[in-house]
Design a binder for this molecule. Sequence first.
Ligand code: NZQ
Ligand code: ZN
Length: 393
Amino acid sequence: MNNFVFYAPTWFSFGRGEGKNVGALVRRFGGTKVLLVYGGGSVKKNGAFDTVTASLAQAGIPCLELGGVQPNPRSGKVYEGIDIVRREGVDFLLALGGGSTIDTAKAIGMGALYDGDFWDFFTGAAPIERTLPVGTVLTISAAGSEGSDSCVITHEKGDLKWGCPKTDVIRPKFSVLDPAYTCSLPPYQTACGAVDMIAHICERYFSNTPDVALTDRLAEALIKTVLDAAPKALADPNDYAARADLMWTGMLAHNNSCGVGRDQDWASHQIEHELSSLYDCAHGAGLAVIMPAWMTFVTDHDPLRMAQFAVRVLGCEMDFAHPERTAREGVARLRDIFRAWGMPVTLGELGTKAQDIPTLVEHRRKKPDGGFPFGGYVKIGPEEMAAILRLAE
Ligand code: NZQ
Ligand code: ZN
């Protein structure tokens, strides 16, 4: 196990009805004037918006609104939010929604206290040193941004979907997790979220660091929980127990509890971000296509690790003479599970074409560091990225 620092100072209020405490939480963390950030309107249909605004009113906290955040959130909303915060003297950002809404609030929080362009944080031109406080009320179990140290925004100039450097500075001050809010999710978004959680864990699980037994076991438990709960939530959207398991797993999958002390990979996420920046697909759907293809590509790097995953997580039987066969069976099972959940598992099903592969690889080169190589488990250059995309055809 490697040395590590773990600092994740987010307050979590978990469970049915916790939304009514939002006003008190904003006060507790020093907010006196809120900008409420939300998406395309789901929160107005499922009651979350009414509960949260009533709670703020009860606590005597004035609230401005910034609605209309799109999935794969765009820079335009961030600039709009920064203007409102400065003009109106807002001192607290409250995100009501999923990863897109939370990341928009995080980016507004960084940008509002900075004289330059908030995008400087994403290009590396400026370090993230401070931010306005951000609280979240989560409505979809997926991205893990409610407890994470990351933020992903698409800049409209060039369709650049980039994450800012990871930093504890941007972890939310508090997150309210009421699983009942996620009961209104359509099956497709429920499945996208489940895939994203599994991917967050796999990005950590596939590591070259030795002696990581505890975090291996934590990761396996989290994925097995998703594999158990996701079909239940898909069969019955109002299954509170399943929604609750998914909600807390989504947080644990990405606050780095199971990633400490080990090198991490993140190649599948890097490739997926190119897909969702160019085709505006759901992040989880892109991962359902890329993750199994990446696993196929890297199987021979360490067949025993992949076979361990296949046996412990997916219930495959170990072929001691040929662990690579067990590994491949595990990848096939995972792909079948994603398919059974209604996810695309090929680029074609996602709506992209084979001739798009060179475009995706070239787009990656726009990153400030030239984009290549990436991936902590197996180094991925342009040819390897193209090969993984071909495996996903
Ligand atoms: O916009 P509304 O109307 O709210 O609808 C949303 C949206 O269409 C809908 N939705 C959310 N809660 C709902 C609901 N519909 C019905 N009932 C509810 N309770 O779901 C759709 C997707 O929402 P979004 O916020 O985009 O989902 P998600 O949480 O999957 O976030 C995805 C974004 O997060 C980024 C992704 O790249 C993507 O941009 N990520 C952020 C990370 C982070 N900051 O730590 C890590 C992740 O790896 C990821 O990259
Ligand atoms: Zn993700």
